[in-house]
Design a protein. Structure first.
Length: 165
């Protein structure tokens, strides 16, 4: 079974992700060079928007060291799903970044391996059940090669919505 499918089974209505996607926390074609840089960019957006506590960015970095979230996808278009414990979150939200150039994240299945990631979903979920639902929706999307190609090429929020809707 593919890594993402083993990570979490299922697949929900894609509109549930649009309900928590923070439009002001979407970054298109970021020039970030490292996983830490893109996580910081997205986390600071969520913090300014009132989604997360100031402790969130450090909690994400610490969790990423212990439980990496880079996912190697069949056919490319690798993804990272960094997140932190709900105690660092004020209200549910998801930040999203597409990258100009792949950024290395540690592989979820093999932490010693680096995965070149093209899309980052930074999850700020304050409810474990909601976190699972958001992850299921994302997993369903990233397993769809056409949806991933569209997501990687998206330049507007409307294009993002068309992928998830």
């Amino acid at each position: 079974m593919h890594a993402a499918a083993r990570f979490i089974q299922g697949g929900r209505d894609m509109n549930s992700l649009m309900a928590v996607l923070a439009p002001e926390a979407v970054v298109f074609q970021s020039a970030a060079k490292t996983s830490q840089e893109i996580v910081l960019i997205l986390a600071r957006k969520l913090e300014r928007l009132g989604y997360v506590r100031p402790s969130f960015v450090d909690a994400v970095a610490e969790r990423e060291r212990t439980f990496p979230t880079g996912l190697k996808m069949q056919g490319g278009g690798n993804v990272a799903l960094p997140h932190a414990d709900p105690c660092h979150v004020l209200k549910a939200g998801v930040a999203l970044a597409t990258l100009k150039e792949s950024v290395a994240f540690a592989n979820m299945e093999d932490p010693g391996e680096r995965v070149g990631v093209d899309v980052v979903f930074l999850l700020a979920i304050n409810d474990k059940d909601q976190q699972i639902e958001a992850l299921q929706t994302i997993i369903a999307t990233i397993q769809d090669a056409a949806a991933m190609r569209a997501l990687k090429c998206a330049r507007t929020l409307a294009e993002i919505k068309s992928v998830f809707g």
